[in-house]
Design a protein around this ligand. Structure first.
Ligand SMILES: NC(=O)C1=CN([C@@H]2O[C@H](COP(=O)(O)OP(=O)(O)OC[C@H]3O[C@@H](n4cnc5c(N)ncnc54)[C@H](OP(=O)(O)O)[C@@H]3O)[C@@H](O)[C@H]2O)C=CC1
Ligand SMILES: CC(=O)C(=O)O
Ligand SMILES: [Mg+2]
Length: 542
């Protein structure tokens, strides 16, 4: 706020552009630096929306919005908040996936921190060079599993930038207090590495010993510089995601969005779905396609929920069937990680089956819930879905892989193959499904319903850890807001326009839980609710 003149005019966080009044221009040394007209923020929104609308395709629209964000953050968030449903798919999945693939080509200006392995001796200096001193939330990736698009190296930076935009848009986190980070540890994507435009370190990914030592150094630098920050891990390959979470979850204020955020949103959506289907989760047989960190994270939470509904651990596990690229996870497989092994079915249970692929499991088991976190586009085939639809009145089918090009099925197909009976939620956004002249919105079961609220909760309540119970409360509060609970024809998750308000509700419940869990200072529930409402940043010129 202190700067004047050009520095003030070009400070994206505090500029008002053509909305500086004549008096402000005089006070701030801006006279003559702007055309004489004085705009209101509403007029600026109208103008930028028109500009946005003239862009040819979604990537152009993404580039336009990113440029606006770099120029005037208040206006960027005001525009987004007035067109949330239209712009979410542009700043986030699916368009952000293409923006990551073409990151070096569309690169304009730096944002956040590029923490590169060759700079490892100077990590503290890198952290000290962060653009803003005070930070509430870091989102960090190493670019190895960007949505379902694999290794994008430094291009993965598009994801932390996009996620943090949603922390602000939905969770009301002050954009000046967010920090996107990419750990540049090389890339195994040969096409990227050999692209002359590639802006990252042209090197194969470093080996695990160097990798974990580097992550440890990075964490140490973050702790020293920003001891209270929330550190969110995003889009790490499963092989690294789980060990990193295990190593740091009890040492830092941290969570892994793909594991824990996805689990919470899936459980939230299943709440409305199970109620509409008329059968609680604990009475369902659940099939998951994909045994990566997202899939296993979701299943851990489903199992806990089944236990809270009265099953033993073993009974719950016996209702969960996981299929990966090799087929069903069974206890005679030697290639399973510890996390996967917890969901392996006894091999004896499948003796006599013709095979152990998804179609076989759906054929043999009384499946009520089919979930996909596999990146396998089209894997929920007509044959599989029709078989499932023959077993239950209201099949619950969630193709959750991102971006759209990786979805296991499209909602209009699921609708057709089940005669409109499927209860559907998808990872990326899809157009409404039309049946008998009536259009129905498709719920987007994406962790964006959760992470902004977690950020808001821990920031406002000054929490020091993200506990499992905090995540469970987030899932429960979201589930209770399902429009399908009051009308089975409504989507399983709330509309985007309502999401900022619901994020506030989730954040309040999570903050209350943080106090209960002893990881945030004592405060009454009312005080927390008030603190959360008051701490929300708003896109208004100061
Ligand atoms: N909706 C949401 O909010 C979220 C969605 N996601 C999406 O989930 C997907 C998976 O993420 P993540 O778990 O981290 O990724 P991983 O790559 O770690 O996991 C993918 C899993 O699917 C399996 N798989 C791959 N291809 C097939 C196939 N053809 N048939 C059966 N199984 C297959 C893999 O098996 P194997 O290991 O043997 O190859 C692996 O078990 C991504 O598309 C991601 O965008 C992730 C987080 C949140
Ligand atoms: C949504 C998300 O986090 C993912 O697809 O990775
Ligand atoms: Mg992710």
């Amino acid at each position: 706020m202190a700067h004047k003149g050009r520095a003030r005019l070009f400070d994206a966080l505090t500029t008002k552009g053509t909305a500086f009044t004549h008096e402000e221009r005089r006070e701030l040394g801006l006279l003559g630096l702007l055309p004489i007209a004085e705009k209101t923020i509403d007029e600026q929104v109208e103008h930028t929306y028109h500009e946005f609308s003239t862009r040819r395709d979604d990537l152009d629209k993404h580039i336009y919005l990113r440029a606006l964000q770099d120029r005037n953050e208040t206006l960027f968030y005001r525009l987004l908040s007035e067109h949330i449903e239209e712009m979410m798919p542009i700043v986030y999945t699916p368009t952000v996936g293409e923006a990551c693939q073409r990151f070096s080509e569309i690169y304009r200006r730096p944002r956040g921190l590029f923490v590169a392995y060759p700079d490892r001796a100077e990590l503290r200096e890198v952290l000290r060079n962060r653009p803003e001193r005070e930070v509430d939330v870091i989102v960090v990736t190493d670019g190895q599993r960007i949505l379902g698009l694999g290794d994008q190296g430094i291009g993965g930076m598009g994801i932390p930038i996009g996620k943090l935009s949603l922390y602000t848009l939905i969770g009301g986190i002050d954009p000046a207090r967010t920090l996107p980070i990419v750990l540049d540890v090389g890339t195994d994507n040969v096409e990227r590495r050999e692209d002359p435009q590639y802006l990252g370190w042209r090197h194969r990914r470093i080996g695990d010993d160097e990798y974990y030592a580097f992550v440890e150094e990075f964490v140490a630098a973050v702790r020293e510089e920003l001891p209270d920050v929330l550190l969110q891990w995003e889009d790490f390959a499963t092989t690294h995601a789980l060990p990193i979470l295990d190593r740091y979850r009890d040492r830092l204020l941290t969570f892994n969005d793909d594991i824990q955020g996805t689990a919470a949103v899936a459980l939230g959506a299943l709440h409305g779905a199970a109620q509409t289907a008329g059968r609680p989760l604990s009475e369902q047989q659940v099939v998951m396609l994909g045994a990566g960190s997202a899939g296993i994270g979701v299943l851990e939470m489903i199992r806990q929920e089944m236990v809270s509904q009265g099953l033993s651990d073993a009974e719950a596990a016996s209702r969960i069937w996981v299929v990966d690229i090799k087929g069903l996870l069974t206890d005679d497989r030697t290639d399973l990680s510890d996390g996967q092994r917890r969901f392996a079915q006894p091999a004896a249970r499948v003796e006599g089956w013709a095979g152990v692929q998804l179609a076989d499991v759906v054929h043999q088991v009384d499946v009520g819930v089919l979930l996909g976190l596999s990146t396998a586009a089209g894997a929920f085939t007509e044959e599989i879905v029709r078989e499932l639809a023959g077993k239950t009145d209201r099949p619950i089918i969630f193709p959750l892989s991102n971006p759209t090009s990786r979805a296991e099925a499209h909602p209009h197909e699921l609708d057709e193959w089940t005669d409109g009976r499927a209860l559907v939620a998808t990872g990326s956004p899809f157009a409404p499904v039309e049946r008998n002249g009536k259009k129905r919105r498709v719920a987007q079961c994406n962790n964006v319903y959760i992470f902004p609220a977690i950020g808001l909760a821990v920031t406002a309540a000054r929490a020091t850890r993200v506990t499992n119970e905090m995540m469970r409360v987030a899932a429960k509060t979201l589930g209770e807001a399902s429009p399908a609970l009051s009308d089975p024809d409504e989507p399983l998750l709330p509309a985007w326009e309502d999401v900022p308000e619901i994020a506030t509700r989730i954040a309040t419940a999570v903050a209350v839980q943080a106090v209960k869990d002893g990881v945030a200072p004592e405060r009454s529930d009312d005080e927390l609710a008030q603190l959360i409402r008051e701490s929300r940043w708003k896109p208004e010129y100061r």
